[in-house]
Design a protein around this ligand. Structure first.
Ligand code: M6R
Length: 615
C-alpha cells in the first residue's frame, strides 16, 4: 500500500508534498518521510508516525526549501514501522533517493548479492535493496539514472510504484509502475507525481495514469516521455481531464470523513442511478451491460470476486441476481479464488467489485479469470483505476471519493449498481414482469429520500452506542438479503472500534453462536417486515430467553419486535430486495458512534489502509 508524492517545477516542493501526503494517508499511516533537493544538497527527514509527526520533525531537521522532492506515507510490509525503515531510502553513496509503494519479492537474494559486492544496509526494507540495485547498475554499466532504473527493474520480481532522483542531477525524477497505481499531474512547467490525483487537484486537472510495466523520466521544462520498462518502446502519454474537485476530498464540516460519507449516501445513490434508471420510460440503460447483452444472456453463471466490504456487496448481489434475473451466482473472496485453480469457462461471467479499483487480490483474480477466457465486468468507484482498466467492460458506482478507511457509501452504491444490472438483465430475460419492474424502478428512485429518513435516527443511535460501547463482543444477525448486511455491520464495528463482532445468518445461531449469549452480549438483529419476519422474530425470542441484549433494526411502525427488544432502530419500508440499502445505515452509524465514544481513530483505524495493493 503506501502513498507516494513527488514534485518538480518552480514552486516550493515541501508544502505540496506534505499536503499531498495528508491526502494519501488513507493508503497507510505508520511512518512518513520526505526528501528535497535545496539547490546544493539533499535534505531528508523521516519518522515513525503520521504526516503531522513528520512535519514536526522536518521543522527541526531540514530547511524545507527546494523545487524538487519526493515524499512517502507508509503501510509497513518489510520491517516494523520505525524511523529507519521509513521512506525515502538512500543508496550507499547518498546520491540516489527513492520512495516505493509495493513489495519486491526477491529482495532477499538481491540483497545477498549486493552485500557480496560491498553494499551495506541500514533498514530491513526491500526498498533500500532496490535503490542500491539501481546504484549498482548505474555504476557497473555506466548508464544514466533512467537506464539504471530500467535495468534494475527488469531484475526485480514484485510490485511497485516508485519515484527516484539523483542529487547530482537534480533536474529529473524517474518513475515506474507495476501493480501499484501512479498518476502524473501535468502543469505548466511543472509535474506532480502521486499514488492518485488528490494531491495535485488544486494545481492541475490534467493527469497521466501510468499503466503497468511503464516508466517515465520527468524533466523540468520538458514533455514527459513514457516507455515500456521491458523493451524501451515509447508509449503515447494520454492526458486525461480530471472530473474530481477539491470539496469532494475535504471533510466539509463533518468531524470525520466516515460521517461525511455516511451522510453523502442519498446523493451518492442518486448519482449512481442518474442517467441509468429512466422511470418514465420504464427502462434501465447501462452501456457496459447493453454492449455485452448476448454474453450476459448466454452466461452459465456469474462469479463475483471481491474483498472485504465489496465482497459483502457481492453477497447481496447474489440474492438479487438469483431472485430477479434467475442467473446462478457464486461469490468468492478474490484472495481464495486466485489461488485455488477454479473451474472457469468461456461462458462464465466474472464480476469484480472494488471501491478503489486497486485491490491486489481482486486484480489478480481478474487476470486469472481472463486467462481462462471468462468475460470480466468491473464495478469500481475510482475512475481510471487498475481494475477499471483491466476489465472487459464495467459500470462505475459514481460514489465520489471515499476517504474513510471504513467503506460506507461505496457499499450502498455498489449494491445500487448491481441491482440496476440485475433488473436490466431480468427485463431482457423476461424473468420479471413489467409491473414488478416498474415497481422496482419506483422504489429504487425513492431510496435516497428513505436513506435521508434513516439518517434521522442518528441521535437515538448515539444513545444506544453509549450503552454498549464497552462491550467486548457483539453479534449481528440477519436473514436472506440482510444476512450480508449483518456481516457488513460486524466488519464496520470491528475495524473502527476494535470490538470483536460476528455476523451470522439468524437461523444459524442455534448451530453454535447461541452458546455465546448471556446478559452481557449485545445482538443486533435485522428484522424488517418483508423477508422472513416471523422467523426472525422467533430467533429474537430465543435470544431473549437467554437474556441477550437485543437491538432490533425494524421497519417503521413495527410493534412486535419493539415489545421484545431492548432497543429498536426504525428504517422506512421498501421492497425486500432493496432493504439492504436502508438497514445498512443504522449499522454504519452505530459503529461510527461507538468508535468515537471510545476515542478511536475513525478514519484511520490501526493496522489498516484504504486500498490493499499488496496480497
Ligand atoms: O477497494 P476495495 O473495495 O477493493 O477494497 C476491499 C476491502 O479492502 C475493503 O472493502 C475493506 O474491507 C474496507 N476497509 C471495509 O470497510
Amino acid at each position: 500500500m503506501c502513498g507516494i508524492v513527488g514534485y518538480i517545477g518552480t514552486r516550493e516542493a515541501y508544502p505540496i508534498i506534505i499536503e499531498g501526503l495528508k491526502r494519501l494517508e488513507y493508503r497507510g499511516y505508520d511512518s512518513a518521510g520526505i526528501a528535497l533537493f535545496d539547490g546544493t544538497d539533499l535534505k531528508v527527514s523521516k519518522t515513525k508516525g503520521k504526516v503531522s509527526d513528520l512535519e514536526a520533525r522536518a521543522d527541526k531537521e531540514i530547511t524545507k526549501h527546494g523545487n524538487i522532492g519526493i515524499g512517502h506515507t507508509r503501510w509497513a510490509t518489510h520491517g516494523v514501522p520505525n524511523d529507519v525503515n521509513s521512506h525515502p531510502h538512500l543508496s550507499n553513496s547518498g546520491d540516489l533517493v527513492i520512495i516505493h509503494n509495493g513489495i519486491i519479492e526477491n529482495y532477499e537474494s538481491l540483497k545477498q548479492e549486493l552485500m557480496t559486492r560491498g553494499f551495506t544496509f541500514q533498514s530491513d526494507t526491500d526498498t533500500e535493496v532496490l535503490i542500491n540495485l539501481i546504484e549498482d547498475v548505474k555504476i557497473k554499466e555506466n548508464v544514466k539514472l533512467g537506464k539504471a532504473v530500467q535495468i534494475a527493474l527488469n531484475q526485480v520480481i514484485g510490485a511497485y510504484a516508485i519515484a527516484v532522483f539523483d542529487k547530482t542531477k537534480p533536474e529529473e525524477i524517474v518513475i515506474a509502475r507495476l501493480g501499484s497505481p501512479l498518476a502524473v499531474g501535468v502543469g505548466e512547467d511543472e509535474f506532480f507525481i502521486a499514488s492518485d490525483a488528490s494531491p495535485f487537484l488544486e494545481y492541475t486537472k490534467n493527469a497521466i495514469y501510468l499503466e503497468d510495466e511503464e516508466m517515465a523520466i520527468i524533466r523540468f521544462h520538458k514533455a514527459i516521455k513514457v516507455r515500456k520498462i521491458k523493451d524501451d518502446t515509447i508509449v503515447p502519454a494520454y492526458v486525461q481531464k480530471l472530473q474530481m474537485n477539491l470539496e469532494q476530498i475535504e471533510k466539509g464540516g463533518y468531524d470525520h470523513f466516515m460521517l461525511k460519507e455516511i451522510h453523502e449516501q442519498p446523493k451518492a445513490i442518486t448519482d449512481t442511478y442518474r442517467g441509468r434508471l429512466l422511470r418514465n420510460e420504464a427502462i434501465i440503460k447501462m452501456a457496459g451491460v447493453e454492449d455485452n447483452m448476448k454474453r450476459f444472456l448466454n452466461a452459465n453463471r456469474i462469479i463475483i470476486v471481491a474483498c472485504g466490504t465489496s465482497w459483502h456487496a457481492g453477497l447481496v448481489a447474489e440474492y438479487i441476481f438469483e431472485d430477479l434475473a434467475r442467473i446462478p451466482v457464486e461469490v468468492e473472496y478474490a484472495s481464495e479464488f486466485r489461488y485455488r485453480n477454479p473451474v472457469i469457462t468461456e461462458n462464465d461471467i466474472v464480476i469484480a467489485i472494488s471501491q478503489s479499483g486497486e485491490t491486489a487480490d481482486t486484480l489478480a483474480a481478474i487476470k486469472l479469470a481472463k486467462s481462462k477466457g471468462a468475460f470480466v465486468f468491473g464495478v469500481c468507484n475510482v475512475v481510471g483505476s487498475s481494475i477499471a482498466r483491466e476489465t472487459d467492460a464495467g459500470a462505475y458506482t459514481h460514489a465520489g471519493p471515499e476517504i474513510g478507511v471504513a467503506s460506507t457509501k461505496a457499499f450502498t452504491t455498489q449494491i445500487t449498481v448491481l441491482t440496476l444490472m440485475a433488473l436490466r438483465l431480468a427485463r431482457a430475460k423476461g424473468t420479471i414482469n413489467s409491473t414488478d419492474f416498474r415497481q422496482h424502478l419506483l422504489e429504487l428512485e425513492l431510496i435516497p429520500q428513505k436513506v435521508e429518513e434513516a439518517l434521522k435516527s442518528d441521535a437515538h443511535i448515539k444513545m444506544i452506542a453509549d450503552i454498549y460501547k464497552d462491550s467486548r463482543n457483539c453479534l449481528y444477525l440477519g436473514r436472506g438479503f440482510n444476512f450480508p448486511v449483518a456481516l457488513e455491520g460486524a466488519l464496520k464495528l470491528k475495524e473502527i472500534s476494535y470490538i470483536h463482532a460476528e455476523g451470522y445468518p439468524a437461523a444459524e445461531m442455534k448451530h453454535g453462536p447461541i452458546a455465546l449469549i448471556d446478559e452481557n452480549m449485545p445482538i443486533i438483529v435485522i428484522a424488517t417486515k418483508k423477508g422472513h419476519y416471523e422467523k426472525v422474530v422467533s430467533n429474537i425470542q430465543e435470544i431473549k430467553s437467554r437474556k441477550g441484549k437485543i437491538i432490533g433494526i425494524v421497519t417503521a411502525g413495527d410493534t412486535q419486535v419493539r415489545d421484545l427488544a431492548d432497543h429498536v432502530i426504525e428504517v422506512p419500508d421498501t421492497l425486500e430486495s432493496l432493504s439492504p440499502l436502508l438497514t445498512t445505515i443504522p449499522l454504519q452509524l452505530l459503529s461510527y458512534h461507538i468508535a468515537v465514544l471510545l476515542d478511536k481513530n475513525v478514519d484511520q483505524p490501526r493496522n489498516l489502509a484504504k486500498s490493499v495493493t499488496v496480497e
